[in-house]
Design a protein around this ligand. Structure first.
Ligand code: SF4
Length: 645
């Protein structure tokens, strides 16, 4: 049966909402397929505002891969702002996709991509507006399969009751595999109904169906076990790893947003994974091993992507872009190719010890030399040893002053506050470092107008990392340390004015911590917050700590556990963690040992990256049947050289 566009009902409301263009669709490279000519239909939702969600790589890749297949249709959906939500409720308009403006309830799958846990309340808004029952157990044959992916899906337990299925890891292959299972299931006349389909998905071992697992608790509140409650459902669920990125050169036809968005550029992922071993970094741990995209593929993708989109900026994406074994050639060739045009290049993520100022200069041949960002993450050398991000102060000062000497005037340094074992002195060391950066910068350039901005985020312990057992620092302690740092910088008459400080208060990190390491009991809190009006919790202007704190009291009443129990409590090695049955490939004892090493301020024995040194047995490759993939010519090269003044 055909599904009509809701646009004739949406359009009259658009002059009453902010940024109406975000609901209109029709962007360059968007696709609207005939409903009746397709058999499997996905609504791909990024549960944040259009301006944040539209550049998301994951959604764009899956959108293109699915729409390339005959008989398959994919449309995009984003969270609607409160003004639109109110009007939709008033006029009975359900959650819609921006491509065909079709109701998401009509699709076979509602696929949600969670880059962050703070989008959970937006998911509940979308389900409610769509007319899809909030809880998986209450859904019927007329409802889509609500399936989550993205980094936050590595612990989906806080929203397990609202999800039908979860996939871990790279989406390209598993999305097509799920599509095939749905196609066959429908062709066979949907045997066993909704549960029949979910059982087929669960039986693959690569799709987690939370409803098929019972959770038992000890009297003290800790989890006793996760137990499959249906025959054929595996005890653990594995993540997915795409082994040849060159076979998946997407996006080829990037969506060009019609409304302003957070990134307006064509982004190419130059490699996936990171084996540097920073202990706080969930992304690095869950995306192992490193798989590089070949230089030729990168160049071809850039050429095609720029031609198909008209973007004037190209981002070379990855977790640590300067670590690509061919980054020098890639940057030089692209800079040559686009010399004299308006097309600029950027490396959005770099590591200070791998950063090469020559490379930065190459990338900005076509553009302004405004600012460079480095992320030492920890203020003191001791702290950097604890987090296994070993950059010596000397390395950092040398790199930053090289940047000033090469004509850069603004340097941004990113740190975290609230790291394990942190003391006031570790945070105050940030002031010393920034002061030294300015002092040497002035000396090298002979100028007084150089600036350094210190930007500080709150540390949140994440699942599937060596810090998954650590008690999070309280927001009171984080705030007190940040105040001391601010006072230290303000009191410095000689250099303080050249140093900017940006930080957020500690309370949102506690809620992120609750949602990152929570279990199924936290679902009631999310629901309560949503009922009390929680929306867009990732936006500081919409976030209310009080709302979350009150909801935690109500939601956890009678459970014997509370907000502190989930956040600031240390866990023992033998405690069952809510994500232990979800296999990211990492060996649990390796993670634990790494956590113990960090307590003694020891760098990982494997400080040298396994791209260039022997395997140090983190467990991923043997358990997932994968291997490190880098250009052979790069073997034995531990890092890019720093430019020495
Ligand atoms: S298993 Fe070995 S080679 Fe593979 S990511 Fe882990 S340490 Fe590196």
């Amino acid at each position: 049966m055909s599904v009509e566009s809701l646009f004739p009902r949406i359009e009259p409301l658009l002059n009453r909402v902010s940024k109406p263009i975000q609901y209109v669709g029709g962007e360059l490279n968007s696709v609207v397929k005939e409903w009746d000519e397709t058999r499997v239909r996905w609504a791909l939702m990024y549960p944040d505002a259009y301006e944040v969600g539209v550049p998301n790589q994951g959604v764009q890749i899956l959108y293109e891969i699915l729409n390339e297949r005959e008989g398959v249709l994919a449309e995009r959906a984003y969270a609607v702002w409160s003004d639109m939500e109110g009007l939709m409720r008033e006029h009975g308009i359900p959650q819609f996709t921006v491509d065909g403006h079709r109701p998401v309830r009509a699709f076979d799958v509602l696929g949600l991509s969670f880059a962050s846990e703070m989008g959970y309340t937006n998911m509940l808004t979308a389900l409610d507006l769509a007319g899809i029952p909030r809880r998986s157990a209450d859904r019927t044959e007329d409802d889509p399969i609500v399936l989550a992916g993205g980094h936050a899906a590595f612990n989906p337990e806080p929203i397990a009751d609202f999800l039908d299925a979860v996939v871990l890891g790279d989406g390209e292959e598993i999305t097509l595999a799920v599509t095939e299972i749905i196609r066959e299931f429908k062709e066979e006349g949907a045997p066993g109904g909704r549960d029949g389909l979910l059982l087929r998905l669960a039986a693959t071992g690569g799709v987690y169906v939370p409803r098929f697992y019972d959770v038992g608790y000890h009297d003290d509140g800790r989890i006793a076990a996760y137990t499959p409650n249906r025959p054929g459902v595996p005890g653990t669920v594995q993540k997915h790893t795409v082994m040849d990125l060159d076979e998946w050169p997407y996006p080829r036809n990037p969506i060009v947003p019609t409304a302003e968005s957070v990134h307006e550029r064509y982004s190419v992922e130059i490699f996936r994974g990171c084996t540097r071993g920073c202990r706080f970094c969930q992304a690095g741990m869950i995306t192992r091993p490193v798989r590089e995209r070949n230089q030729d593929t990168v160049q071809k993708m850039v050429k095609e992507g720029v031609r198909n989109s008209g973007f004037q900026e190209v981002g070379l994406l990855s977790l640590s872009s300067a670590d690509h074994s061919e980054i020098g050639d890639i940057a030089k060739n692209l800079a040559d190719e686009y010399e004299g045009t308006n097309t600029g290049l950027s490396l959005p993520s770099t590591r200070v010890d791998a950063f090469n100022i020559d490379l930065a200069n190459e990338l900005t041949r076509n553009g302004r030399r405004s600012g460079l960002t480095f992320a030492p993450e920890g203020g003191s050398e001791r702290m950097r040893r604890v987090i296994n991000k070993m950059v010596t102060e000397e390395d950092l000062i040398r790199t930053v002053t090289a940047a000033y000497a090469a004509g850069w005037r603004q340097v941004k340094l990113y740190f975290m506050c609230g790291l394990p074992t942190e003391e006031d002195e570790d945070v105050l060391a940030i002031a010393d470092l920034a002061t030294e950066v300015i002092r040497t910068g002035r000396e090298v350039t002979g100028r007084k107008d150089i600036r350094c901005t210190v930007s500080i985020g709150g540390f949140v312990p994440k699942p599937q990392t060596p810090f998954q057992w650590v008690g999070q620092t309280s927001h009171e302690d984080v705030d007190a340390r940040l105040r001391k740092l601010r006072d230290r910088l303000r009191g410095d008459r000689k250099y303080g004015r050249s140093i900017g400080l940006r930080y957020h208060e500690g309370r949102p990190s506690i809620i992120e911590g609750l949602l990152s390491r929570g279990d199924r009991r936290v679902g009631r809190i999310v629901e309560q917050v949503w009922e009390e009006g929680g929306r867009f919790d990732g936006w500081s202007e919409h976030f209310s700590y009080d709302r979350w704190e009150k909801a935690a009291e109500v939601g956890l009443a009678g459970t014997g556990v509370d907000l502190d129990w989930f956040t600031t409590r240390d866990r023992d090695e033998d405690e069952v963690l809510p994500w232990d049955h979800l296999d990211a490939g990492l060996d649990r004892s390796w993670l634990w040992q790494d956590w113990q090493d960090s307590l003694h301020g020891e760098e990982s024995l494997e400080i040298d990256d396994c791209r260039w040194t022997p395997c140090y047995a983190c467990g991923v490759c043997p358990s997932m049947g994968t291997e490190i993939q880098i250009n052979d010519a790069a073997e034995g090269r531990p890092t890019l050289p720093l430019t020495v003044l």
